[in-house]
Design a protein around this ligand. Structure first.
Ligand SMILES: [Zn+2]
Length: 265
């Protein structure tokens, strides 16, 4: 076999392995298995667990998200008609568009087709022409005095590395998860309710996920589910991030674990 033939064969094998790895990553993402492996996200797993660079990890996470929307993408990547860069481009285009319209299966198929068998530059152009969202709204905030003091106090909970933007995002996400719960309300206990008293929340909240340690997307969790008789006392409440909480629910649903499963290291 000459060098050309050998190289072609190796490239073919490389694409096969890339697709195989992506297939595994899809399962790891779907079942939030990275939480079991000790990572807060698929991205963190790719970087810290699998030693990918940030850009390599970004491409793979994007490809996984796209494959989960449209499974035929995996085959295109394996046969070489869709590059990881173009897959990431498609995923980004669809994400931007999803703020404006509901993404349908035919739209995904069209975007994938536009980005297949073309250079990244051409894919970008075609995607922009076909799916360009209208310009997004921008707001500029100037924060002063009391508001900044409050923001700094919140920063103490989530860690000094949190930017103002991240803090605002965390606070908004938390509020949107329980939109009906006013921010300022006296603590009223309701019998037989899953309502967790404010003082219990304060006692168990240390600003990070008790499983993986991330400071993002935190939520309170009943260690023994409320529906199985778990109480609202501090011994039964823990703070988990969204992903670890999802992983716990998947484990509980698939009955891989006892009802009193506790997601603690
Ligand atoms: Zn976590």
């Amino acid at each position: 076999m000459n060098l050309d033939q050998e190289t072609r064969q190796l490239v073919k094998r490389e694409k096969f392995y890339t697709a195989k790895i992506l297939q595994n990553l899809c399962q790891i993402d779907r079942e939030k298995l990275f939480s079991d492996f000790g990572f807060s996200s698929l991205y963190a797993y790719l970087i810290k667990g699998l030693s990918y660079s940030e850009s390599e990890a970004h491409l793979r996470v994007s490809a996984v998200k796209l494959i989960r929307k449209e499974s035929s993408v995996l085959q295109r990547i394996e046969e070489g008609s869709l590059s990881l860069t173009n897959a990431a481009q498609v995923n980004m285009t669809l994400n931007e568009l999803s703020h404006e319209v509901e993404i349908t299966k035919p739209m995904i198929a069209e975007a994938v087709a536009l980005a297949s068998n073309v250079s990244t530059r051409l894919a970008k152009e075609e995607l922009r022409k076909t799916f360009a969202p209208s310009t997004s709204r921008k707001e500029t905030l100037t924060l002063q005095g009391e508001i900044l003091d409050k923001l700094d106090r919140v920063r103490k909970i989530y860690g000094k590395d949190c930017s103002n933007f991240e803090l605002l995002e965390i606070l908004l996400e938390e509020k949107l998860r329980s939109p009906t719960l006013p921010l300022r309300k006296s603590d009223h206990k309701v019998k037989n309710s899953r309502y967790i008293p404010v003082q219990v929340k304060h006692q168990v909240h240390h600003g990070q996920c008790s499983h993986c340690g991330t400071r993002r997307n935190l939520q309170f969790d009943h260690i023994l589910e409320f529906s199985r008789g778990g109480s609202n006392s501090k011994d039964n409440i823990q703070v988990l991030c969204f992903n670890c909480n999802q992983r716990k629910q998947i484990l509980t649903l698939s009955s891989l674990t006892s009802p009193s499963y506790c997601l603690l290291p």
